[in-house]
Every structure is written in structure tokens, then in C-alpha cells.
Write a protein that binds this ligand. Sequence first.
Ligand code: RB5
Length: 142
Amino acid sequence: MKIAIGCDHAGYQYRIEIMDMLAKLGHEILDFGTDNDASVDYPDHVHPVSKGVDAGSIDLGILICGTGNGVAMTANKYTNVRAGLCWNEEIVSLIRQHNNANVLCLPARFINIKEALHFVHIFLNTEFEGGRHKRRIDKICI
Ligand code: RB5
């Protein structure tokens, strides 16, 4: 799959390990940084990921910031982006099964790296259930 990743300074170490894991799994990665702990503005790293997912040129996105909220708020401004903030594995499964999420948002200051990698794995391997959930996501956009 073609997977884009973006983060701010709070998430850059998680980004490195997640990219390593994705590369080992054979995915094509589009990296939109940031790549160090110098303070940046998370929207600058979220917009390129979200634009690609919105346009359909990128299959899935992974975004990381301190709480996961800033990146989620930014990504969800795009019509075709469904970004879900996740802090446990059940929520990761549910954003795929029920919401057909195409962007995973991780709160680097509230989960450890082992959890982050596990959540990415679940995100990539859980299918949308369709049915009544399809009807509901079709009603999201105004
Ligand atoms: C950066 O300090 C922090 O505000 C950011 O990572 C994120 O949590 C914003 O939502």
C-alpha cells in the first residue's frame, strides 16, 4: 500500500520506528516529516498527507503529535479524509470497522512506542464492515 506519514516534534521518534516497520512490511512510504525535535507547526506536516488521501493518490495516512488531536482536527478538514484518534487497540479496530478511517492519529505523549507500532499493525489489517456503517459515513459530509 501507499502510506503517507507526518508528525510534529512530539512524534518524530515514533515516525522513524513506524516507517521502519512499514518498510519491512513492503509498503511504499511517503514521508512528510518532521525529522527532529525542533518545534514545528503540526498543520504543515498534516496537510500534504491529507491532500494525498483526499485526492486518492495515497491509500492511508498516519499522523502523530503530542495528543493526536491537532493532527486529527487538521486532517478532518478534508472532505474525503476520515481521521481517527486512537489510544487503545479496540478504538483502532473500530475506526476501521465502523468508520472506514483512512488516517490513523496517534498521541505520542500518551502511548508508548510498542503500543504505537501495534496500533499501526491493527489499522493496516482491519477491514471496514460496510452495511449500516457505510450509510452512516455517507452522512458525515455536509
Ligand atoms: C506540541 O507541543 C503539541 O501541542 C502538539 O504536539 C499537539 O499535541 C497538538 O495537538
